[in-house]
Design a protein around this ligand. Structure first.
Ligand code: AMP
Length: 228
């Protein structure tokens, strides 16, 4: 939909948490299990950078420094994507909102259709573990499946479990220097959203320091209740 409006989207779930908390990995699993659409503003921005759009040109240096892209650009990109027909079956927002301005913009966008978010789920982790988690991660170039040097290697070396692809990539901003800025941005600008959603009565929290499968089953139970 190019007129900036959205149709009814149900349900709407938000995954909150610092970089490396596992939002992308868990969102992909929930997408498959519940037939929802994973919306990652990081992915949308990386696609805009790769395509060389005006928004992408403005976002590139900011992302490389580990800072947050302007609310204006991110909200416009998200609003556009929410208007696509596939989002009507429900979305899991991964990496959005990251500021109070974005959270309020999302509430308004949904309210236009008489909707509100079903749950904002905070993936609680310890900062100290995030640098190791982020610096070891990579994804399949073909299907986007996520892997990690220490925690999740493909079953056959160099071959994606999901699609059989043999090309993998690492993100330019997944390095120790940028991770420090990204964690700082999270604590200064995104962590206050935990209180924002607690105030709305939509906050759920999950300990995300354990095994991927255990966290997935905890999340799945939360999502069932929130969407049931
Ligand atoms: P992510 O893939 O979610 O880790 O995002 C990668 C980078 O994209 C972040 O470090 C930010 O520079 C930018 N970004 C992604 N989502 C947002 C957002 N909601 N608001 C501002 N910047 C964002």
């Amino acid at each position: 939909m190019m007129d900036g409006s959205t149709s009814v989207i149900a349900p709407v779930l938000i995954l909150l948490g610092p970089p490396g908390a596992g939002k992308g990995t868990q969102a992909r699993m929930l997408e498959e299990q519940f037939g929802l659409v994973q919306l990652s503003t990081g992915d949308l921005l990386r696609a805009a950078v790769a395509a060389g759009t005006e928004a992408g040109k403005q976002a590139k240096a900011v992302m490389e420094a580990g800072d947050l892209v302007s609310d204006e650009i991110v909200i416009a990109i998200l609003r556009d994507r929410l208007g696509d027909a596939d989002c009507a079956k429900g979305v899991i927002l991964d990496g959005f909102p990251r500021t109070t301005v974005q959270a309020k913009a999302l509430d308004m966008l949904l309210a236009e259709n008489g909707q509100r978010i079903n749950a904002a789920i905070s993936l609680d982790v310890e900062d100290a573990a995030m640098v190791t988690r982020i610096s070891g991660r990579y994804t399949c170039d073909g299907c986007g499946e996520g892997y990690h040097d220490s925690f999740k290697q493909p079953k056959a070396e160099g071959v994606c479990d999901n699609c059989g692809g043999t090309e993998f990539k690492r993100r330019a901003d997944d390095n120790a220097d940028t991770v420090a800025s990204r964690l700082e941005a999270y604590h200064a600008q995104t962590a206050p959203l935990i209180d924002y959603y607690a105030g709305q009565g939509s906050l759920q929290r999950i300990d995300a320091m354990g095994e991927i499968a255990d966290i997935a089953s905890g999340l799945s139970a939360i999502v069932k209740t929130a969407t049931g």
